[in-house]
Design a binder for this molecule. Structure first.
Ligand SMILES: *Cc1c(COP(=O)(O)O)cnc(C)c1O
Length: 420
């Protein structure tokens, strides 16, 4: 069994909460840096490798800035994400704009920024041309439909709203060629939180084969192929992480045996992962507020589904450690809950723990991606702070907690905007 380690102990966390009240997400900077380095090392044998971090996973400019030090770009899908990447110093073709059902003004901004625009639909060629003119470089998102089996989180590709059909790709690139576009990319994203290495290699092979066929039939050269995101992480203690080396080696073999043999131009290989870059290195820290014993036993925390939605909406497993009780036997069965008026507001159901008491600190693991980011204000719940645990052990607040003033900020109603 792989154990779930923490970058802090109870004593350290008690110090942190003196100045940073719970709940909050805390990110382990050193682990994020080590992981980024490991990815770059592993993929160094893959042609032109580059990772564009999916901003939606952890939209915080301090994190984007750290990743940019390793040459990572940003994968954005909305105007605020574009602006955040730009402020973090990620500009021009270091930004991949992979959106869908895109507002025309966002195409305009992406074009002005010189970002690489990844079109989700054939009709968006005309839309982009109209609002901003066609850029020199363009990418299409491919939906392989029934050619590719689905994965549990993202579903069957043929039922997914994303991308071009195979036939549309040929028509689309022909249109771009006619209109004078010079540089081309192809993208797909068909999995989410996938831990099976072969899945990525098969997907890469499908894309590489399509690239060979389009290059030959349409007569264009591809500058890059973007294999998307979706690499999973071991949320459960008995799961193993995917080794970047295994994906890199498999992708390289697939590349060499398709593109490498076809005598066509050799595109760079890009990824736009979010989860695997920061997911395991974030923790939601929360204090036990109440214990309740009715037909079942409940641990009531000061966090809720508004801070971490994945267990509530997907039934996703997130490991939970009771700080200071790591070595005590798990003898008690609890539901760990938040305070939303919503019965699926639970971080764990029927899970075994050591005996928990009011005031205990719980650490919910793997909240570094799609954690804080999916937060919301339902029930008047406020979003938490985000903290960065620096390599020297100090803590920096990289986003303050929301206040009631923030919650009321969009209301123009007597007495609420300045309720104090
Ligand atoms: C969500 C998303 C990603 C990142 O997915 P992860 O599972 O976090 O790696 C990348 N690209 C697109 C287009 C996405 O929608």
């Amino acid at each position: 069994m792989v154990s779930k380690k923490l970058p802090f102990n109870k004593q350290k966390m008690e110090e942190i909460i003196q100045t940073h009240p719970t709940p909050f997400h805390i990110y382990d900077e050193k682990a994020i840096r080590d992981n980024a380095e490991d990815m770059i090392r592993a993929f160094s044998n893959v042609k032109g490798f580059k990772e564009f971090f999916a901003v939606k996973a952890l939209p915080n400019p301090y994190i984007l800035k750290i990743l940019a030090e390793y040459g990572f770009g940003a994968d954005c899908s909305s105007l605020p994400e574009l602006l955040m990447a730009e402020k973090a110093g990620i500009t021009g073709e270091n930004i991949m704009f992979s959106s869908n059902n895109t507002p025309p003004e966002e195409f305009k901004k992406a074009k002005e920024m010189g970002a690489i625009i990844n079109l989700d639909d054939i009709s968006h060629i005309a839309c982009l041309e109209k609002v901003a003119g066609l850029p020199e470089i363009l990418c299409f998102r491919y939906n392989p439909g029934p050619l590719k089996g689905g994965n549990a989180l993202i579903g069957k590709p043929e039922e997914a709203k994303y991308g071009f059909t195979r036939e549309q790709l040929f028509v689309g690139y022909e249109i771009l060629k006619q209109k004078g576009v010079k540089r081309f990319g192809l993208h797909t994203m068909v999995a989410s939180n996938e831990l099976n290495v072969d899945y990525f290699i098969e997907t890469a092979r499908i894309l590489f084969e399509v690239i060979v066929e389009i290059s030959q039939k349409v007569g264009i050269d591809f500058e890059f192929v973007n294999l998307g995101g979706g690499i999973g992480i071991p949320y459960r203690p008995d799961q193993e992480r995917i080794a970047f080396d295994d994906i890199a080696n498999g992708v390289k073999d697939a590349y060499d045996s398709t593109i490498g043999k076809a005598g066509i131009a050799k595109p760079n290989v890009y990824f736009e992962c979010g989860r695997v870059i920061t997911g395991p290195y974030g923790y939601l820290v929360t204090e036990v507020r109440h214990m309740k014993h009715i037909y079942k036993d409940y641990v009531g925390t000061d966090a809720c589904m508004a801070n971490l939605m994945r267990p509530g909406i997907y039934g996703a497993y997130h490991h939970i450690t009771v700080l200071g009780k790591e070595n005590e036997p798990a003898t008690e069965k609890y539901d760990v809950t938040g305070s939303l008026c919503e019965n699926n507001d639970k971080f764990a159901i029927d899970r075994m723990f050591p005996k928990i008491e009011r005031g205990d600190l719980l650490v919910i693991h793997d909240t570094g991606a799609h954690g804080f980011a999916m937060g919301f204000n339902y029930n008047g719940k406020l979003r938490s702070a985000e903290l960065l645990l620096r390599p020297d052990g100090s803590v920096k607040e990289i986003r303050r907690a929301e206040t009631i003033e923030d919650y009321f900020a969009t209301l123009d109603f007597v007495g609420l905007k300045s309720f104090k």
